[in-house]
Write a protein that binds this ligand. Sequence first.
Ligand SMILES: NC(=O)c1ccc[n+]([C@@H]2O[C@H](COP(=O)([O-])OP(=O)(O)OC[C@H]3O[C@@H](n4cnc5c(N)ncnc54)[C@H](O)[C@@H]3O)[C@@H](O)[C@H]2O)c1
Length: 308
Amino acid sequence: MRKKITIVGSGNVGATAAHWMASKELGDIVLIDIIPGVPQGKGLDLLEAMPIEKRDSFVLGTEDYKDTANSDIVVITAGIPRKPGMSRDDLLNTNYKIMQDVVGKVVTHSPNSILIVVSNPLDAMAQAAYKISGFSRNRVIGMAGVLDSARFRAFIAMELGVSVENVTAFVLGGHGDTMVPLPRYSTVAGVPITELMEKSTIERLVQRTRDGGAEIVKYLKTGSAYYAPSAAVTEMVEAIIKDKKKILPCAAYLEGEYGIHGLFVGVPCKLGARGIEDVWEIRLTDEEMAALKKSADAVKELVSVVGV
Ligand SMILES: NC(=O)c1ccc[n+]([C@@H]2O[C@H](COP(=O)([O-])OP(=O)(O)OC[C@H]3O[C@@H](n4cnc5c(N)ncnc54)[C@H](O)[C@@H]3O)[C@@H](O)[C@H]2O)c1
């Protein structure tokens, strides 16, 4: 049986994620939204591309949660994106209300699914989805670190003039200004970038990574990034569907790892058929640990506003 993937929110991130997933033939895809006709139109359009792409992914657009029944994975992209001058945190109250609406319906129709949250502010929305769903912690995952690391990797590859395939990078912490890129664990062909670039160059790339979302919002003016975010969530879906046991930075509900309790924070996770199958506790310097704690405190402040 093909896997069933539901994507809630058929806007920029949701529809583009459907595009990546269908073109990789990860499963059958259901696109859902509250705007009448939009998921149906985009779904049908994508379905009609499948003969050209030679992919047997069935794509359905709908406003009815019945069509999402028994999904294996549900990706939640519903919510408003940032506009210039806004921080991700400014989206908190609006997107929390949307999360309350969406998660209950998702859980009713797909009680055994794995949830991947994309809506911002990411860590707080993942925490909301976790609390509302009542799912075990391995089945609620936030997407941020794969995107933030991809941005860092792209900047490293451009700076050194090397293939992006050679570059690995880790960005931990919350998806916000306090994210924690880890140069020591970021490599080119296995060589740490700390051996390849001046400290000041690394700091410049780290700052560009931190501001990566805002840089794109500033250009677009009416919305935020969606090609890289949707590619990032697709990598996570693929790791789960193919049971790849892939180590990826994801927002996970921590229960003591890194000394953090009861909070979603970005950490290295092993993704496989059961969702988050392991959280890796890598050794951090005092400075890195302090940055991670600061990032966790920022998440804590947000979740306390909405009481999750
Ligand atoms: N985690 C990340 O790294 C990351 C990256 C990019 C975007 N985002 C976030 O993802 C979200 C979506 O971004 P986008 O660019 O696709 O926005 P968008 O406005 O293009 O699409 C959002 C869609 O959600 C739909 N929606 C709203 N309420 C809904 C509900 N109750 N049920 C179903 N659908 C509903 C809207 O109708 C819209 O079509 C935003 O919150 C954005 O900040 C997160």
